[in-house]
Write a protein of this length. Structure first.
Length: 259
């Protein structure tokens, strides 16, 4: 079988990882740098790496995340009061393995969404099925599912993910009429299945009952989230205002230099 024929067979078998590195691996072996069995092991690892990368990309695309976030780009010095140790612990994903939950509560712009996205991205890297939604999108999904008789499929997506992140809960003051029921149904189901949930909010948990217009539902939601959960409080200055001030300063400097 010629090299071209081997490549055709690899395409038919969809062994694209091997296909991508076959020529270079064959060259390594032919030059006497490795035995055949070692070259074969390299090719198999190349295929496994290719498939792992593809799975991560598919998981990221289906998660709802719009950008990957990591802690390496996070400015800890700007807000030294942040619970750094607890944040790092969450990013290890041990809480997911234990079926626990996390509430990130604090003032707007203090990094809650960045950390939530970092956790979601980390979960995707280890092949955890992850769903990320901004809170208003979550409620829109649930309302649409109910109107289109599609609640079973949408509910399955939200309840069976290894990690569900609901970002900026109560950012919009006006909540849907059925918001409490939607959130309660999902949280109860995830709690019973020991599936982890991360929720960020700029409103203290004491206000949730009034914001949901249902104190009983709010108590039931918080009871389950905090029973096997982590409550992290984010205090400090706004990263967004910092970035805005930086842009304004740069714009003034540019105008001054052009003048």
């Amino acid at each position: 079988m010629t090299f071209v024929e081997i490549e055709k067979q690899l395409k038919v078998l969809k062994l694209n990882g091997i296909l991508a590195t076959l020529e270079s691996r064959a060259l390594q072996v032919s030059q006497g740098n490795a035995a055949f069995i070692e070259g074969l092991s390299w090719l198999l690892q190349d295929e496994m790496d290719h498939r792992a990368s593809g799975l991560r990309q598919r998981r990221f695309k289906s998660s709802g995340l719009n950008e990957p976030k990591t802690l390496s780009e996070f400015d800890w010095s700007f807000n030294p009061k942040l619970p750094k140790k607890e944040i790092y612990e969450l990013v290890t994903l041990k809480f997911i393995r234990n079926g626990e939950h996390a509430l990130l509560i604090g003032a707007p712009g203090t990094g809650k969404s960045h950390i939530a996205k970092t956790i979601a991205h980390a979960a995707i890297q280890v092949f955890q099925k992850t769903v990320y939604r901004e809170a208003h999108v979550f409620f829109e999904d649930m309302f649409e599912a109910e109107q289109t008789q599609n609640r079973k499929r949408i509910g399955k997506m939200y309840t069976e993910a290894d990690l569900l992140v609901i970002d900026d809960l109560f950012l919009r003051k006006k909540m849907p009429n059925d918001a409490a029921d939607y959130l309660l149904d999902i949280i109860i189901e995830r709690y019973s299945k020991r599936k982890s949930t991360v929720i960020t909010s700029n409103r203290p948990i004491e206000d949730w009952g009034g914001l949901l217009n249902d104190n009983a539902a709010s108590s039931a939601i918080l009871d389950r989230l905090l029973h096997h959960g982590h409550l992290l409080k984010f205090e400090g200055k706004s990263y967004r205002l910092k970035e805005a001030a930086k842009r304004i300063s740069q714009s003034k400097d540019k105008t001054r230099n052009e003048g």
